[in-house]
Design a protein around this ligand. Structure first.
Ligand code: PAF
Length: 306
């Protein structure tokens, strides 16, 4: 990697919890980083990071996306899945032809659509299991240490080792693993979230309650079986039986409110179109009905959650 590329800033699109977590880690490692925001009132912003006893602040330059005119060759997109495409489109003209773009959206579907609009750039997609949230804008709490599994989207570029700037990213102290099969990893997370998130939003319950009540447990299992059948057709392997994986996550996060329930409680749009919606769409293409997933999505829509 040339020194000049090394010194180019990482641009982060999306100043939510994940964007702030990454900006703080990059800044702490002395890697140049800029946050792209909707309305920048100051040229730089203090980001406060907290993880139990460890906390630090760092100053990160912020750029208003309307005022952005520099070329971008290192971009990380941390917006919600439904915001990712318009956000990337708004700065796409600034991306260099050989730019490296990291997409860290939940669910599936948004990544492929963005990749189609950026045929020349190198795209890596990642699945994130870190738990983090903002207490105030730019004040991030790193509540659950997880990992980031990331790899290049194009199968023909599936290198065993990350290239160039991706390698710089992979060195952040966030338990980052490089994979040659990132879509398989994302699918496994979608399959797990597809059996948990929608139900917790519907019944307004903690993750653990899904396994405590027999009626809810049966619904979890029914969703798992439907998803597993689709994954089999698509020849996408899981690391274990889906019910086993889902039960493990439910028990490990028993006291958590899922991200979807948190979105619903905050009156925000959910990412279920990229989770259950994506599973249903894939099944539809194969001419398969998924009555439990379809019922769940329909019922949530009727309640005004989408
Ligand atoms: O979306 C979430 O909230 C999380 O992925 C999970 C695993 C369901 C835990 O709450």
């Amino acid at each position: 990697m040339t020194q000049s590329l090394n010194n180019q800033p990482w641009y982060i699109l999306g100043a939510g919890a994940m964007g702030c977590l990454l900006a703080s880690q990059l800044a702490r490692q002395q890697q140049p980083v800029k946050l792209i925001v909707k309305r920048a009132s100051t040229p730089s912003q203090a980001i406060h990071y907290q993880q139990t006893d460890l906390h630090f602040s760092c100053k990160v330059p912020v750029v208003d996306h309307c005022a952005l005119h520099h070329h971008i060759n290192k971009l990380i997109v941390t917006t919600k899945a439904y915001d990712a495409l318009p956000a990337v489109q708004s700065i796409a003209h600034l991306l260099t032809a050989d730019a490296q773009v990291i997409l860290l959206q939940n669910g599936l579907g948004s990544q492929q659509v963005i990749a189609n609009t950026l045929p020349n750039q190198q795209i890596a997609v990642g699945s994130v299991t870190h738990g983090c949230f903002l207490t105030k804008p730019f004040q991030v709490v790193h509540a659950g240490l997880g990992q980031i599994t990331i790899g290049e989207l194009s199968p023909q570029l599936n290198n065993a080792k990350p290239r160039c700037q991706f390698q710089q990213f992979a060195q952040l102290p966030l338990n980052i693993h490089w994979t040659t099969t990132p879509l398989t990893t994302l699918w496994e997370k979608v399959a797990i979230n597809g059996a948990i998130n929608g139900l917790t939003a519907l019944y307004q319950c903690k993750n653990g309650e899904l396994w405590q009540h027999q009626g809810l447990r049966q619904q979890v299992i029914a969703l798992c079986l439907e998803t597993e059948a689709i994954l089999k057709q698509l020849q996408i392997p899981l690391s274990d039986q889906l019910v086993t994986l889902v039960k493990r996550v439910i028990l490990q996060t028993a006291d958590n409110y899922s991200s979807t329930l948190q979105d619903v409680k905050a009156g925000k749009a959910t990412e279920l179109s990229y989770i259950n919606g994506y599973i249903i769409d894939k099944a539809h293409i194969m001419g398969i009905d998924l009555p439990h997933h379809q019922w769940l999505v329909r019922t949530l829509k009727e309640k005004g959650y989408s």
